[in-house]
Ligand binder design. Structure first.
Ligand SMILES: [Zn+2]
Length: 254
């Protein structure tokens, strides 16, 4: 059996702790204290670390963890100190009995990768700051084309894939999504649902691919409602890519 638990970090980051009977791994340790405490108290048997991209809030805990022990650290080809298993598109590896596949999804950063596992028909995806529940990451280093293609790749995973994102941004994403897609009834009820979760300090994640295809405006640039709204507001062309770019730029200044 596999379990995935969030560890809160900074204001709104999640470090994901994945455990099986063979041990645990953490994804994107932006901080180390809670993980080291769990190791010291024998709550977890940490076997490795996965890194999605170089931003400090996903990597800052690495140094302290590696001072503690030698772990396998899987991550993209970049200059981060501590990654000792550099991986790229379609690479496969196994750790704590889980087989992961690497997917390159540049856009937010150029080095950004995701980790996917079919997990015996209950697929899981760790996608860092690329896809969020109800939104997507900012385009910092890559191009809008790259981000558009990255989201396309992600959206093609099985609909029941559980998606573990790097931040709790869901409520503000859905607020914005309602401006883009105001008549989407599923979005309206999700807004109320997430509001109650946030009030009770319950993570809104994971999401699923199916849910995001229903709710996330960045995956719905081909729907007529959204196209009409965006073309009226920004006078752009009706290709999916132009609609995507206009929504992303709108969100940047929202
Ligand atoms: Zn980031």
């Amino acid at each position: 059996m596999l379990s995935v638990e969030p560890i809160n970090a900074y204001d709104d980051n999640y470090i994901w702790l994945v455990s099986t009977n063979e041990g645990s791994i953490v994804i994107d340790p932006g901080e180390s204290e809670k993980i080291i405490k769990a190791i010291d108290e024998n709550i977890i048997d940490l076997k490795g670390i996965l890194i999605t991209h170089h931003h400090y809030d996903h990597t800052n805990g690495l140094k302290d963890l590696l001072e503690k022990n030698e772990f396998d650290v899987y991550g993209p080809i970049n200059n981060i100190n501590g990654i000792n298993k550099k991986v790229s598109d379609l690479d496969k590896f196994s750790i704590i009995g889980i087989e992961f596949e690497v997917i390159e999804i540049p856009g937010h950063t150029l080095d950004h990768i995701a980790f996917y596992s079919f997990n015996n028909g209950s697929p899981i995806l760790f996608c860092g700051d690329t896809l969020f529940a109800g939104g997507c990451g900012r385009v910092f280093e890559g191009t809008y084309e790259q981000m558009f293609e990255a989201l396309k790749k992600i959206s093609k995973f099985p609909k029941n894939t559980k998606v573990y994102c790097g931040h709790e941004y869901t409520l503000s994403n859905i607020k914005f999504a309602l401006e883009v897609d105001p008549n989407n009834e599923k979005l309206q009820s999700e807004f109320e649902h997430v509001q109650s979760l946030v009030k009770s300090n319950i993570p809104s994640l994971p999401t699923t691919i199916e849910k995001e295809l229903d709710l996330n405006p960045f995956l719905r640039c081909n729907t007529l409602e959204i196209q009409k709204n965006i073309i009226e507001r920004f006078n752009v062309g009706n290709s999916e890519f132009e609609i995507f770019t206009a929504i992303r730029k709108w969100k940047d200044n929202y």
